[in-house]
Design a binder for this molecule. Structure first.
Ligand code: HEM
Length: 321
């Protein structure tokens, strides 16, 4: 939010000073103003606050910690499938529209086929009969169709919100999911996160930003695009919150699957929250076993164990005599 409010503040200050911020003149005479008024800058700044909100939803926080229920992950993929199917249908419809054409990168970005393959991996060839569009996803999908059909320039905001986000955090999320759900290293079930036609996400994002900046849209439209991108984030948050609610009704099948491998990490295992949660859930027997193993790895523990074992053997021998 900071940069965006700064931008809008700048816009009004400039207007007060009699500088016409809407005019192309400003954008060519002052490089600083030109940059701050770039659509890509306005979108990044204008969605900063809502981005933080999205990052802080319980579902996303749990995901990042590797606390992923497989059933919920699958439902998330279903939601993404419907979202991208709608988004890419509208993108195809508007691919020649002057306000979208420069952002048309089907080979590099489009995700709905990758999601279909992920769903086939999770649910089998009959996956379509398992999939249904949830309420929150349907509202998101309806908005995408409305925009694509009635106000295509706003499609830019929806494409920006999803594709730039996927290119930004995708690789981290892929690794977390792969480890937590024990998915094959060959990438099955996670094709959504894999952009084969993009060699450098950073370079591609720069290209996408420069294409957004070259769109011939006035300041009013840029502001409408920022508002629409905020809406797009809100739709995503609604979907996360819905998944979180569904999660409360699902058995915690793989809740601890993302537990870090402490042997490789070193440090004090008892301080790990995943470890403690796992021990509490296992009813304590695993905890006792783990304590015994830990004690045996320690020299003092080995001496104590040997003493205790010798005493027990003596007791058994005395009883048998
Ligand atoms: C899992 C939590 C998330 C994390 C850790 C995260 C992280 C990041 C990071 C580090 C960037 C900056 C990348 C760069 O500078 O190039 C970024 C950018 C972005 N993220 Fe996220 N993100 C998360 C969730 C989301 C969600 C849920 C959305 C929307 C659905 C989203 C949409 C975006 C967008 C559109 C950008 C591009 C910003 C710009 O440069 O204009 N992110 N994210």
């Amino acid at each position: 939010m900071h940069i965006y409010t700064r931008n809008l503040g700048l816009v009004s200050s400039l207007t007060i000073l009699g500088i016409n911020t809407g005019a192309a003149r400003d954008q060519t005479t002052n490089p600083l103003i030109s940059r701050l008024l770039d659509l890509s800058e306005m979108l990044a700044a204008g969605t900063k606050q809502i981005h933080e909100k999205a990052e802080n939803t319980q579902f996303v926080k749990d995901f990042l910690r590797g606390r992923i229920r497989k059933e919920l992950f699958k439902l998330g993929a279903v939601a993404l499938y419907y979202t991208y199917t709608a988004l890419e249908e509208e993108i195809e419809r508007n691919k020649d529209h002057p306000h979208f054409a420069p952002l048309y990168f089907p080979a590099e970005l489009h995700r709905h086929e990758a999601l279909a393959r992920d769903l086939e991996y999770f649910y089998g060839p009959e996956w379509k009969s398992h999939a249904s569009c949830s309420k929150a996803t349907q509202q998101y999908v309806d908005r995408i169709h409305q925009v694509g059909q009635e106000d295509p320039v706003l499609l830019v905001a929806h494409a920006y919100t999803r594709y730039m986000g996927d290119l930004s955090g995708g690789q981290v999320l892929k690794k977390v999911a792969q480890r937590a759900l024990k998915l094959p290293p060959t990438g099955e079930g996670l094709e959504f996160y894999q952009f084969d036609a993009i060699h450098s996400a950073k370079a591609f994002k720069q290209l996408y930003r420069s294409r957004m900046n070259e769109l011939e849209v006035d300041m009013e439209t840029k502001k409408r695009l920022v508002d629409e991108a905020v809406k797009a984030f809100l739709f995503n948050i609604e979907v996360f919150e819905e998944l979180e609610e569904i999660g409360k009704t699902i058995q915690e099948d793989v809740l601890d699957a993302g537990m870090p491998v402490h042997g490789a990490m070193g440090g004090d295992i008892s301080k790990c929250p995943y470890y403690n949660a796992k021990m509490a859930a296992s009813g304590g027997t695993a905890y006792v076993r783990q304590l015994a193993m830990a004690a045996l790895r320690h020299p003092t523990g080995q001496v104590l164990f040997a003493t205790w074992f010798a005493a027990l053997a003596g007791l058994v021998a005395w009883y048998l005599m």
